[in-house]
Design a binder for this molecule. Structure first.
Ligand code: COA
Length: 184
């Protein structure tokens, strides 16, 4: 039997050299994307900020970064600021792995609570966060623009280390980013 499985993604800490790729990914994923300046501020001016990327495995590919996340670890709290995965690489566990990475680091750094905000209509993201047991606790009316929409605040408390294997057994294959295991 052949099973297609997404591999463990190669998560790296972003640097200023990744700016162009981050801006390109952000613009492809959001109606109100972060600007280059926003990313610069996260990468060089903010001691609490952690920006993780997953580079394309093929060096020189036109999509250089296929996913990223930005989280602040502020004393007892992890604040998830932004998360995006390129359209072509979705439903392969990449966002799950980025969140897991942030949770592991946050727990190591002594954080005990996770916080985030998500568009009310973003069911994909809400499902993702709920899979980590984030719970909705408040609504910010008309918080988002383009289109105008409520923001849903979600929290996870206490922080629990995610189990790293839980996503990677499912079968899917995408280009060079996936591996094939044969089970006899
Ligand atoms: C939301 C997003 C980051 C998810 O990334 P991803 O790498 O595809 O997510 P994963 O593969 O780790 O998915 C994990 C779980 O999230 C949920 N999920 C993800 N995409 C979903 C979708 N399109 N519809 C329903 N549930 C979805 C599912 O529960 C999924 O588990 P499953 O595949 O076993 O059903 C991605 O769709 C994205 O970049 N969207 C645009 C930007 C965005 O909305 N960012 C979040 C801002 S708060």
């Amino acid at each position: 039997m052949t099973v297609y499985a997404s591999k463990n993604w190669n998560i790296q800490v972003a640097t200023l050299e990744d700016l162009d790729a981050l801006v390109a990914l952000e613009e492809a994923c959001f109606s109100v994307p972060w600007s280059r300046r926003n990313f610069e501020a996260e990468l060089e001016g903010n001691q609490f900020s952690h920006v993780f990327i997953v580079p394309h495995s093929e060096y020189g590919h036109k999509i250089q970064v296929i996913g990223y996340m930005c989280a602040w670890m502020v004393f007892e709290e992890i604040r998830f600021l932004n998360l995006a995965v390129h359209q072509e690489f979705r439903r392969l566990g990449l966002a799950t792995q980025l969140i897991s990475q942030a949770l592991h680091i946050g727990i190591e750094e002594g954080c005990c609570r996770g916080m985030l905000e998500v568009r009310a209509s973003n069911q994909a993201a809400k499902n993702l966060y709920e899979s980590f047991h984030f719970q909705e606790y408040a609504t910010r009316k008309a918080y988002y623009t383009r289109p105008t929409e409520d923001g849903i605040l979600m929290t996870l408390e206490p922080l629990v280390p995610p189990s790293s294997e839980r996503r990677y057994e499912r079968g899917r294959l995408v280009g060079s980013q996936a591996s094939i295991h044969t089970i006899s």
